[in-house]
Design a binder for this molecule. Structure first.
Ligand SMILES: [Fe+2]
Length: 362
């Protein structure tokens, strides 16, 4: 265990007290601001020789999303190995690593590894560790801190979303590190492929979506933070708002993905409210029902999950007992300005959909 973990933690105390959440209602953070994004996935070798050098098993979690790489230690990877994480996570949506030494590296080295993928986002209302960098987002659900549970009290705990999509340059490959998870089962993350969510729609419907743009805003989550915590609300940044394409293209793989989410996407630009609500409701339902393009990650202490926010959405499952401890941190590298998918007269999509061709449904 590293300097920031407690080796003699009582059974009832947190194992990583240095990573406990710190709330300061008066604190402000300065956003990263515009930057040139050079995606490390562009530099990666397509056969992943550095990433898979020590792999004992490569396990697909579902056909369209998720791969577990057994035997690989993130903290032992070279720069070329980290580049290959960027490419593989862009292709597979999420990667799962078990028993990671990364968990015990300490703030500085953890931040250094995540920064390989882009400048780290500073959250507007989620807590960071008291003595730790503001780029660390702490997820802590426990009998002594029920803020997270309270924030989900009046809605379904299943909410697929992209973290911080209202940023003008939203996140790419994101690190989620589990420090402590509830005893037994519970608190899994569902991760869903937005490339498959898009490609599974009918060709003419896909074409209707391409070229549209939508408003993303932090207004609702910030209003909920104030509703739940009043004067103790931790609002460190004003509301963030951006307009992004409804269908985006990943800058490394060139794959198209659906880029609207129920936490932050407010409306379709240029459409009447009824039209916009109707389309967004359909798309959110489509994502919520998409078990055929979703994987489910179960945690143990030391599990690190990397997901690419440009091609996935994720949801927590708040299914464990209230008061059980679930303690994790997230590091969130920002990436490119979303690339719009362009409407083409005939881009061959119909022919590329093997299922429809076989059934003669085009
Ligand atoms: Fe999230």
């Amino acid at each position: 265990m590293g300097a920031e973990a407690t080796t003699t933690a009582e059974a009832s105390g947190p194992r990583y007290p240095a990573y406990l959440p710190h709330y300061d209602p008066l604190e402000k953070v300065i956003p990263v601001g515009p930057f040139e994004h050079d995606d490390p996935g562009h530099r990666a070798h397509p056969s992943f020789p550095n990433l898979l050098k020590d792999a004992t098993k490569v396990l697909e979690l579902s056909p369209h999303c998720g791969t577990e790489l057994q035997g690989v230690q993130i903290s032992d990877l070279s720069s070329a190995g980290l580049d290959e994480i960027a490419l593989m996570v862009a292709q597979r949506g999420c990667l799962v690593f078990r028993d990671q030494k990364f968990t015990d590296l300490g703030f500085k080295k953890q931040k250094q590894i995540a920064s390989h993928f882009g400048p780290l986002h500073k959250h507007g209302w989620m807590p960071h560790p008291k003595e730790g960098p503001e780029e660390f987002v702490i997820v802590y659900d426990s009998k002594d801190d029920l803020r997270i549970r309270k924030s989900w009290a009046r809605k379904s705990p299943i909410q697929f979303h992209v973290d911080q999509s209202p940023e003008s340059q939203p996140p790419g490959a994101t690190f989620f590190c589990m420090l402590e998870s509830p005893e037994g089962a519970g608190g899994d993350t569902l991760i869903s492929s937005m490339t498959r969510a898009f490609s599974r729609l009918s060709p003419s419907f896909r074409k209707r979506l391409e070229g549209l743009t939508a408003v993303h805003t932090t207004a609702n989550p910030i209003a909920r933070e104030i509703r739940d915590n009043g004067a103790a609300a931790n609002i460190r940044r004003p509301i963030t708002r951006s307009i992004h394409p409804v269908v985006t293209v990943h800058p490394v793989t060139g794959e198209k993905a659906l880029f609207v989410n129920s936490s932050y996407t407010q409306s379709i630009v240029g459409w009447d409210e009824e039209e916009s609500d109707y389309l967004l409701k359909f798309l959110f339902d489509h994502i919520n029902r998409g078990h055929d393009f979703t994987c489910r990650v179960r945690y143990e202490p030391g599990t690190v999950v990397v997901w690419d926010q440009r091609v996935t959405q994720h949801s927590q499952t708040l299914d464990y007992m209230a008061g059980a401890r679930r303690h994790a941190f997230r590091l969130t590298p920002l990436a490119n300005v979303p690339v719009p998918s362009l409407v083409e007269e005939d881009d061959g999509e119909c022919q590329r959909d093997e299922g429809r061709m076989l059934l003669n449904l085009c």
